[in-house]
Design a protein around this ligand. Sequence first.
Ligand code: PLP
Length: 447
Amino acid sequence: MAIPTTADEVRRLDRDHVLHSWSAQAHINPLPIKSASGASFSDYDGNTWLDFASQLVNSNIGHQHPKVVQAIKDQAEKLCFVAPAFANDARSELARLIAERAPGDLNKVFFTNGGAEANENAIRMARVHTGKQKILSAYRSYHGATHTAITATGDPRRWASDNSSTGIVHFFGPYAYRSAFGAKNEAEELERSLGHLEQLVMLEGPGTIAGILLETIVGTNGVLLPPDGYLAGVREICDKYGIMLIADEVMVGFGRVGEWFAINNWGVTPDLLTFAKGVNSGYVPLGGVVMSKAIADTFEDRPFPGGLTYSGHPLACAAGVASIEVFEEEKILEHVKDLGERVLRPRLDKMAVDHPSIGEIRGKGLFFALELVTNRETHEPLVVFNASGADAEPMTKLLAACKERGVWPFTHFNRLHIAPPLVISEEELVRGLDVIDEALKVADEYY
Ligand code: PLP
Protein backbone atom coordinates (compact mmCIF):
# COMPACT_ATOMS: atom_id res chain seq x y z
CA MET A 1 0.00 0.00 0.00
CA ALA A 2 1.32 3.40 -0.91
CA ILE A 3 0.15 6.93 -1.50
CA PRO A 4 -1.07 7.15 -5.13
CA THR A 5 1.34 8.65 -7.61
CA THR A 6 -0.76 9.39 -10.68
CA ALA A 7 -3.51 11.94 -11.18
CA ASP A 8 -5.94 9.23 -12.28
CA GLU A 9 -5.38 7.19 -9.13
CA VAL A 10 -5.69 10.24 -6.89
CA ARG A 11 -8.91 11.26 -8.65
CA ARG A 12 -10.42 7.75 -8.52
CA LEU A 13 -9.76 7.32 -4.78
CA ASP A 14 -11.03 10.84 -4.15
CA ARG A 15 -14.27 10.15 -6.01
CA ASP A 16 -14.76 6.81 -4.28
CA HIS A 17 -13.94 7.79 -0.71
CA VAL A 18 -13.73 11.53 -0.05
CA LEU A 19 -16.71 13.72 0.79
CA HIS A 20 -16.00 17.34 -0.18
CA SER A 21 -17.19 20.47 1.64
CA TRP A 22 -20.22 22.50 0.60
CA SER A 23 -20.81 20.56 -2.63
CA ALA A 24 -23.24 18.16 -4.26
CA GLN A 25 -20.66 15.44 -4.86
CA ALA A 26 -21.97 14.52 -8.33
CA HIS A 27 -21.37 18.07 -9.56
CA ILE A 28 -17.70 18.38 -8.72
CA ASN A 29 -14.50 17.07 -10.22
CA PRO A 30 -11.63 18.13 -7.94
CA LEU A 31 -8.33 18.72 -9.72
CA PRO A 32 -5.46 16.64 -8.29
CA ILE A 33 -2.64 18.97 -7.26
CA LYS A 34 0.90 17.67 -7.19
CA SER A 35 3.00 20.53 -5.95
CA ALA A 36 3.10 24.20 -5.08
CA SER A 37 5.74 26.85 -4.60
CA GLY A 38 5.59 30.52 -3.66
CA ALA A 39 2.58 32.08 -5.37
CA SER A 40 1.69 29.16 -7.65
CA PHE A 41 0.59 25.52 -7.70
CA SER A 42 0.75 22.74 -10.32
CA ASP A 43 -1.14 19.64 -11.38
CA TYR A 44 0.28 16.26 -12.43
CA ASP A 45 0.48 17.28 -16.10
CA GLY A 46 2.77 20.20 -15.34
CA ASN A 47 0.09 22.89 -15.69
CA THR A 48 0.76 25.75 -13.29
CA TRP A 49 -1.55 28.45 -11.97
CA LEU A 50 -0.90 31.67 -10.12
CA ASP A 51 -2.76 31.21 -6.85
CA PHE A 52 -4.78 34.43 -6.81
CA ALA A 53 -6.92 33.11 -3.95
CA SER A 54 -4.08 31.93 -1.67
CA GLN A 55 -6.12 28.68 -1.55
CA LEU A 56 -8.81 29.81 0.93
CA VAL A 57 -7.10 33.14 1.63
CA ASN A 58 -4.70 31.37 3.95
CA SER A 59 -1.40 30.84 2.10
CA ASN A 60 -0.14 34.25 3.18
CA ILE A 61 3.59 33.47 3.08
CA GLY A 62 3.10 31.37 -0.05
CA HIS A 63 3.54 27.69 -0.65
CA GLN A 64 6.42 25.57 0.66
CA HIS A 65 8.42 28.37 2.23
CA PRO A 66 11.71 26.59 3.05
CA LYS A 67 12.09 28.24 6.43
CA VAL A 68 8.66 27.11 7.62
CA VAL A 69 9.08 23.61 6.15
CA GLN A 70 12.41 23.33 8.01
CA ALA A 71 10.86 24.55 11.27
CA ILE A 72 8.19 21.83 11.03
CA LYS A 73 10.87 19.18 10.33
CA ASP A 74 12.98 20.39 13.28
CA GLN A 75 10.00 20.39 15.61
CA ALA A 76 8.92 16.93 14.38
CA GLU A 77 12.32 15.54 15.25
CA LYS A 78 12.22 17.16 18.70
CA LEU A 79 8.60 16.67 19.77
CA CYS A 80 5.61 16.02 17.50
CA PHE A 81 2.96 16.24 20.16
CA VAL A 82 2.35 16.85 23.79
CA ALA A 83 -1.11 17.33 25.38
CA PRO A 84 -2.29 20.90 25.92
CA ALA A 85 -2.13 20.63 29.72
CA PHE A 86 1.68 20.68 29.42
CA ALA A 87 3.60 23.78 28.40
CA ASN A 88 5.61 23.57 25.19
CA ASP A 89 8.30 25.81 23.77
CA ALA A 90 6.77 26.53 20.36
CA ARG A 91 3.36 27.35 21.82
CA SER A 92 4.82 29.66 24.52
CA GLU A 93 6.86 31.55 21.95
CA LEU A 94 4.04 31.86 19.42
CA ALA A 95 1.65 33.14 22.10
CA ARG A 96 4.24 35.81 23.01
CA LEU A 97 4.71 36.83 19.37
CA ILE A 98 0.96 37.12 18.83
CA ALA A 99 0.37 39.05 22.06
CA GLU A 100 3.15 41.47 21.07
CA ARG A 101 1.41 42.19 17.75
CA ALA A 102 -2.21 42.25 18.95
CA PRO A 103 -3.95 45.58 19.60
CA GLY A 104 -4.31 47.18 23.06
CA ASP A 105 -4.10 44.92 26.09
CA LEU A 106 -4.87 41.68 24.23
CA ASN A 107 -2.23 39.51 25.79
CA LYS A 108 -3.28 35.90 26.31
CA VAL A 109 -3.97 33.28 23.64
CA PHE A 110 -6.17 30.18 23.54
CA PHE A 111 -5.14 28.02 20.59
CA THR A 112 -7.54 26.06 18.38
CA ASN A 113 -7.26 24.06 15.15
CA GLY A 114 -8.87 26.70 12.92
CA GLY A 115 -11.18 29.66 12.59
CA ALA A 116 -14.55 28.14 13.46
CA GLU A 117 -13.26 26.76 16.74
CA ALA A 118 -11.68 30.14 17.48
CA ASN A 119 -15.06 31.84 17.10
CA GLU A 120 -16.81 29.12 19.12
CA ASN A 121 -14.42 29.71 21.99
CA ALA A 122 -14.49 33.51 21.74
CA ILE A 123 -18.30 33.37 21.98
CA ARG A 124 -18.04 31.02 24.95
CA MET A 125 -15.59 33.39 26.67
CA ALA A 126 -17.84 36.40 26.08
CA ARG A 127 -20.79 34.49 27.53
CA VAL A 128 -18.97 33.30 30.64
CA HIS A 129 -17.36 36.71 31.19
CA THR A 130 -20.60 38.71 30.91
CA GLY A 131 -23.00 36.09 32.27
CA LYS A 132 -25.20 36.89 29.23
CA GLN A 133 -26.10 34.66 26.29
CA LYS A 134 -27.07 36.51 23.12
CA ILE A 135 -24.58 37.21 20.35
CA LEU A 136 -25.19 39.74 17.57
CA SER A 137 -23.54 39.07 14.22
CA ALA A 138 -23.89 40.42 10.69
CA TYR A 139 -26.00 38.96 7.88
CA ARG A 140 -23.12 39.40 5.46
CA SER A 141 -20.60 37.29 7.32
CA TYR A 142 -18.96 33.90 7.50
CA HIS A 143 -17.64 32.67 10.84
CA GLY A 144 -17.05 28.94 10.24
CA ALA A 145 -18.93 25.67 9.99
CA THR A 146 -19.12 24.30 13.56
CA HIS A 147 -22.52 24.61 15.21
CA THR A 148 -22.41 28.03 16.87
CA ALA A 149 -20.04 29.49 14.26
CA ILE A 150 -22.32 28.53 11.37
CA THR A 151 -25.33 29.90 13.23
CA ALA A 152 -23.44 33.15 13.78
CA THR A 153 -22.62 33.17 10.06
CA GLY A 154 -25.08 35.44 8.30
CA ASP A 155 -24.76 34.27 4.70
CA PRO A 156 -26.88 31.43 3.23
CA ARG A 157 -24.42 28.77 4.33
CA ARG A 158 -26.23 29.13 7.68
CA TRP A 159 -29.62 28.00 6.38
CA ALA A 160 -29.05 24.24 6.33
CA SER A 161 -27.92 24.10 9.99
CA ASP A 162 -29.81 26.93 11.67
CA ASN A 163 -32.38 25.66 14.18
CA SER A 164 -32.50 29.08 15.88
CA SER A 165 -31.52 27.57 19.22
CA THR A 166 -28.18 29.26 19.75
CA GLY A 167 -29.09 32.79 20.83
CA ILE A 168 -27.74 34.58 17.76
CA VAL A 169 -29.42 37.68 16.34
CA HIS A 170 -28.32 39.12 12.99
CA PHE A 171 -27.89 42.74 11.94
CA PHE A 172 -26.97 44.61 8.76
CA GLY A 173 -23.42 45.89 8.63
CA PRO A 174 -22.42 48.81 6.40
CA TYR A 175 -22.37 48.13 2.63
CA ALA A 176 -22.83 51.46 0.90
CA TYR A 177 -22.99 49.97 -2.62
CA ARG A 178 -26.09 47.96 -1.69
CA SER A 179 -27.31 49.83 1.35
CA ALA A 180 -29.90 48.07 3.50
CA PHE A 181 -30.82 51.53 4.82
CA GLY A 182 -31.35 53.42 1.57
CA ALA A 183 -28.23 55.48 2.28
CA LYS A 184 -26.99 57.62 -0.60
CA ASN A 185 -23.35 57.81 0.46
CA GLU A 186 -20.82 56.40 2.90
CA ALA A 187 -21.45 59.04 5.57
CA GLU A 188 -25.16 58.19 5.62
CA GLU A 189 -24.37 54.47 5.59
CA LEU A 190 -22.10 54.91 8.61
CA GLU A 191 -24.69 56.85 10.59
CA ARG A 192 -27.58 54.57 9.68
CA SER A 193 -25.76 51.28 10.23
CA LEU A 194 -24.67 52.37 13.70
CA GLY A 195 -28.19 53.63 14.44
CA HIS A 196 -29.61 50.28 13.30
CA LEU A 197 -27.18 48.34 15.50
CA GLU A 198 -27.94 50.40 18.60
CA GLN A 199 -31.66 50.09 17.98
CA LEU A 200 -31.28 46.32 17.71
CA VAL A 201 -29.35 46.26 20.99
CA MET A 202 -32.15 48.22 22.69
CA LEU A 203 -34.89 45.99 21.26
CA GLU A 204 -33.09 42.74 22.08
CA GLY A 205 -32.23 44.05 25.55
CA PRO A 206 -28.69 45.11 26.43
CA GLY A 207 -28.92 42.93 29.55
CA THR A 208 -29.20 39.82 27.35
CA ILE A 209 -26.33 40.48 24.92
CA ALA A 210 -22.89 38.97 25.61
CA GLY A 211 -21.10 39.99 22.43
CA ILE A 212 -21.10 41.57 19.02
CA LEU A 213 -19.16 39.36 16.61
CA LEU A 214 -18.01 40.87 13.33
CA GLU A 215 -15.42 40.39 10.65
CA THR A 216 -13.17 43.45 10.80
CA ILE A 217 -13.30 43.44 7.01
CA VAL A 218 -16.06 41.18 5.67
CA GLY A 219 -14.25 38.53 3.62
CA THR A 220 -16.09 35.93 1.51
CA ASN A 221 -19.20 38.08 1.51
CA GLY A 222 -17.60 40.82 -0.51
CA VAL A 223 -14.41 42.38 0.91
CA LEU A 224 -16.54 45.01 2.65
CA LEU A 225 -14.34 47.55 4.40
CA PRO A 226 -16.00 49.27 7.33
CA PRO A 227 -16.34 53.02 6.74
CA ASP A 228 -14.00 55.05 8.96
CA GLY A 229 -15.75 55.47 12.28
CA TYR A 230 -17.81 52.25 12.12
CA LEU A 231 -15.60 50.07 14.30
CA ALA A 232 -15.10 52.93 16.78
CA GLY A 233 -18.89 53.36 16.82
CA VAL A 234 -19.46 49.66 17.51
CA ARG A 235 -16.84 49.82 20.26
CA GLU A 236 -18.78 52.72 21.81
CA ILE A 237 -22.05 50.79 21.71
CA CYS A 238 -20.31 47.79 23.33
CA ASP A 239 -18.83 49.95 26.09
CA LYS A 240 -22.15 51.70 26.74
CA TYR A 241 -24.05 48.44 27.24
CA GLY A 242 -21.42 46.08 28.70
CA ILE A 243 -21.12 44.01 25.51
CA MET A 244 -17.92 42.24 24.39
CA LEU A 245 -16.59 43.16 20.95
CA ILE A 246 -15.31 40.07 19.13
CA ALA A 247 -13.26 40.82 15.98
CA ASP A 248 -13.05 37.88 13.59
CA GLU A 249 -9.68 38.29 11.86
CA VAL A 250 -9.49 34.72 10.57
CA MET A 251 -9.26 35.92 6.96
CA VAL A 252 -7.76 39.39 7.31
CA GLY A 253 -5.26 38.90 10.14
CA PHE A 254 -1.55 38.30 9.59
CA GLY A 255 -0.76 40.79 6.90
CA ARG A 256 -3.57 40.40 4.36
CA VAL A 257 -4.19 44.16 4.39
CA GLY A 258 -0.67 45.26 5.36
CA GLU A 259 -1.01 45.20 9.16
CA TRP A 260 -0.57 42.32 11.58
CA PHE A 261 -4.27 42.69 12.31
CA ALA A 262 -6.70 44.59 10.08
CA ILE A 263 -8.30 46.32 13.06
CA ASN A 264 -5.00 48.15 13.63
CA ASN A 265 -5.94 50.26 10.59
CA TRP A 266 -8.74 51.83 12.65
CA GLY A 267 -7.05 52.00 16.07
CA VAL A 268 -9.83 50.06 17.80
CA THR A 269 -9.21 47.38 20.45
CA PRO A 270 -11.72 44.51 20.64
CA ASP A 271 -12.18 42.41 23.78
CA LEU A 272 -11.50 39.22 21.84
CA LEU A 273 -9.84 38.71 18.48
CA THR A 274 -9.96 35.44 16.55
CA PHE A 275 -7.34 34.32 14.03
CA ALA A 276 -6.38 31.24 11.97
CA LYS A 277 -5.35 30.86 8.30
CA GLY A 278 -2.45 33.35 7.91
CA VAL A 279 -1.02 32.66 11.39
CA ASN A 280 1.04 29.88 9.80
CA SER A 281 -0.42 29.84 6.27
CA GLY A 282 -2.10 26.51 6.97
CA TYR A 283 1.10 24.45 6.87
CA VAL A 284 -0.38 22.69 9.92
CA PRO A 285 -3.95 23.56 11.06
CA LEU A 286 -3.99 26.34 13.66
CA GLY A 287 -6.25 29.08 14.96
CA GLY A 288 -6.91 30.86 18.20
CA VAL A 289 -8.38 33.62 20.31
CA VAL A 290 -6.33 36.44 21.77
CA MET A 291 -8.12 38.13 24.65
CA SER A 292 -8.06 41.20 26.88
CA LYS A 293 -6.76 41.11 30.42
CA ALA A 294 -10.32 41.41 31.76
CA ILE A 295 -11.42 38.30 29.87
CA ALA A 296 -8.26 36.40 30.83
CA ASP A 297 -8.79 37.36 34.48
CA THR A 298 -12.24 35.74 34.38
CA PHE A 299 -10.46 32.42 34.16
CA GLU A 300 -7.90 33.03 36.92
CA ASP A 301 -9.98 31.55 39.70
CA ARG A 302 -12.65 29.73 37.77
CA PRO A 303 -11.93 27.06 35.19
CA PHE A 304 -12.14 27.89 31.51
CA PRO A 305 -14.92 25.57 30.32
CA GLY A 306 -13.36 24.41 27.07
CA GLY A 307 -10.49 22.46 25.59
CA LEU A 308 -9.20 20.67 22.49
CA THR A 309 -6.82 17.72 22.24
CA TYR A 310 -4.70 19.61 19.73
CA SER A 311 -4.80 23.08 21.32
CA GLY A 312 -1.35 24.58 20.79
CA HIS A 313 -0.09 21.68 18.66
CA PRO A 314 3.74 21.88 18.63
CA LEU A 315 4.09 21.40 14.84
CA ALA A 316 1.47 24.07 14.11
CA CYS A 317 2.99 26.50 16.59
CA ALA A 318 6.54 25.93 15.32
CA ALA A 319 5.23 26.75 11.83
CA GLY A 320 3.63 29.89 13.27
CA VAL A 321 6.83 31.09 14.92
CA ALA A 322 8.82 30.52 11.71
CA SER A 323 6.13 32.22 9.65
CA ILE A 324 6.22 35.38 11.80
CA GLU A 325 10.02 35.39 11.45
CA VAL A 326 9.59 35.21 7.66
CA PHE A 327 7.19 38.19 7.80
CA GLU A 328 9.86 40.21 9.64
CA GLU A 329 12.88 39.10 7.60
CA GLU A 330 11.18 39.58 4.23
CA LYS A 331 9.39 42.77 5.30
CA ILE A 332 6.10 41.32 4.12
CA LEU A 333 3.81 43.95 5.68
CA GLU A 334 5.70 46.69 3.81
CA HIS A 335 5.59 44.61 0.61
CA VAL A 336 1.81 44.22 0.90
CA LYS A 337 1.22 47.94 1.43
CA ASP A 338 3.55 48.85 -1.43
CA LEU A 339 2.18 46.37 -4.00
CA GLY A 340 -1.40 47.06 -2.96
CA GLU A 341 -1.19 50.83 -3.34
CA ARG A 342 1.38 51.20 -6.12
CA VAL A 343 0.41 48.28 -8.39
CA LEU A 344 -2.86 46.52 -7.54
CA ARG A 345 -5.25 49.38 -6.78
CA PRO A 346 -4.23 51.62 -9.73
CA ARG A 347 -4.46 48.67 -12.12
CA LEU A 348 -7.95 47.75 -10.87
CA ASP A 349 -9.01 51.40 -11.16
CA LYS A 350 -7.86 51.31 -14.77
CA MET A 351 -9.82 48.06 -15.36
CA ALA A 352 -12.94 49.74 -13.98
CA VAL A 353 -12.59 52.34 -16.72
CA ASP A 354 -12.13 49.70 -19.43
CA HIS A 355 -14.74 47.14 -18.30
CA PRO A 356 -18.37 48.25 -17.96
CA SER A 357 -19.15 45.08 -15.96
CA ILE A 358 -17.12 46.33 -12.98
CA GLY A 359 -19.64 48.02 -10.71
CA GLU A 360 -17.34 48.63 -7.77
CA ILE A 361 -13.82 47.86 -6.65
CA ARG A 362 -13.20 47.42 -2.94
CA GLY A 363 -10.16 46.43 -0.97
CA LYS A 364 -6.94 47.14 0.81
CA GLY A 365 -3.47 45.62 0.78
CA LEU A 366 -3.58 42.41 -1.23
CA PHE A 367 -7.28 41.80 -0.65
CA PHE A 368 -9.70 43.13 -3.26
CA ALA A 369 -13.11 42.34 -4.75
CA LEU A 370 -14.53 43.31 -8.11
CA GLU A 371 -18.31 43.54 -7.86
CA LEU A 372 -19.64 42.66 -11.32
CA VAL A 373 -22.90 44.05 -12.67
CA THR A 374 -24.98 44.18 -15.83
CA ASN A 375 -26.01 47.78 -15.18
CA ARG A 376 -23.93 50.40 -13.40
CA GLU A 377 -26.92 52.65 -12.71
CA THR A 378 -29.09 50.04 -11.03
CA HIS A 379 -26.20 47.90 -9.73
CA GLU A 380 -27.96 44.81 -11.17
CA PRO A 381 -25.58 41.95 -10.25
CA LEU A 382 -23.99 39.84 -12.99
CA VAL A 383 -25.49 36.74 -11.39
CA VAL A 384 -28.57 36.90 -9.22
CA PHE A 385 -28.67 34.80 -6.10
CA ASN A 386 -32.01 33.36 -5.08
CA ALA A 387 -33.18 30.64 -2.70
CA SER A 388 -32.55 27.92 -5.29
CA GLY A 389 -28.98 29.09 -5.82
CA ALA A 390 -27.28 31.45 -8.26
CA ASP A 391 -27.53 31.45 -12.03
CA ALA A 392 -23.81 30.88 -12.15
CA GLU A 393 -23.13 30.75 -15.89
CA PRO A 394 -21.43 34.14 -16.40
CA MET A 395 -19.20 33.66 -13.36
CA THR A 396 -18.39 30.06 -14.36
CA LYS A 397 -17.29 31.30 -17.77
CA LEU A 398 -15.27 34.14 -16.25
CA LEU A 399 -13.51 31.76 -13.88
CA ALA A 400 -12.79 29.35 -16.73
CA ALA A 401 -11.31 32.21 -18.79
CA CYS A 402 -8.93 33.00 -15.92
CA LYS A 403 -7.95 29.37 -15.33
CA GLU A 404 -7.33 28.70 -19.02
CA ARG A 405 -4.78 31.52 -18.92
CA GLY A 406 -3.02 30.27 -15.78
CA VAL A 407 -4.65 32.28 -12.98
CA TRP A 408 -6.85 30.83 -10.22
CA PRO A 409 -8.86 33.57 -8.47
CA PHE A 410 -11.79 33.16 -6.06
CA THR A 411 -15.33 33.88 -7.23
CA HIS A 412 -18.47 34.12 -5.11
CA PHE A 413 -21.88 35.06 -6.48
CA ASN A 414 -21.23 38.15 -8.66
CA ARG A 415 -17.77 38.93 -7.33
CA LEU A 416 -14.24 38.10 -8.30
CA HIS A 417 -11.84 38.29 -5.37
CA ILE A 418 -8.11 38.89 -5.68
CA ALA A 419 -6.09 37.63 -2.71
CA PRO A 420 -2.70 36.29 -3.81
CA PRO A 421 -0.01 35.04 -1.41
CA LEU A 422 1.57 38.08 0.23
CA VAL A 423 5.00 37.06 -1.07
CA ILE A 424 3.88 37.44 -4.69
CA SER A 425 6.39 39.36 -6.81
CA GLU A 426 5.44 42.47 -8.76
CA GLU A 427 6.03 40.57 -12.03
CA GLU A 428 3.69 37.74 -10.98
CA LEU A 429 1.03 40.16 -9.78
CA VAL A 430 1.09 42.12 -13.04
CA ARG A 431 1.03 38.89 -15.07
CA GLY A 432 -2.03 37.70 -13.17
CA LEU A 433 -3.78 41.05 -13.51
CA ASP A 434 -3.15 41.00 -17.28
CA VAL A 435 -5.03 37.69 -17.39
CA ILE A 436 -7.95 38.99 -15.32
CA ASP A 437 -8.10 42.10 -17.49
CA GLU A 438 -8.44 39.91 -20.58
CA ALA A 439 -10.89 37.46 -18.96
CA LEU A 440 -13.23 40.27 -17.86
CA LYS A 441 -14.27 40.66 -21.50
CA VAL A 442 -16.40 37.57 -20.81
CA ALA A 443 -18.30 39.48 -18.10
CA ASP A 444 -18.61 42.57 -20.33
CA GLU A 445 -20.51 40.49 -22.89
CA TYR A 446 -23.42 40.23 -20.42
CA TYR A 447 -23.53 43.98 -19.86
N1 PLP B 1 -14.05 33.36 9.98
C1 PLP B 1 -13.79 33.87 8.78
C2 PLP B 1 -13.84 35.35 8.58
C3 PLP B 1 -13.47 33.03 7.71
O1 PLP B 1 -13.22 33.55 6.50
C4 PLP B 1 -13.41 31.64 7.94
C5 PLP B 1 -13.06 30.72 6.83
O2 PLP B 1 -13.04 31.06 5.68
C6 PLP B 1 -13.69 31.15 9.21
C7 PLP B 1 -14.01 32.04 10.22
C8 PLP B 1 -13.66 29.68 9.49
O3 PLP B 1 -12.36 29.22 9.54
P1 PLP B 1 -12.05 27.64 9.44
O4 PLP B 1 -12.48 27.22 8.08
O5 PLP B 1 -10.57 27.55 9.68
O6 PLP B 1 -12.82 26.98 10.51
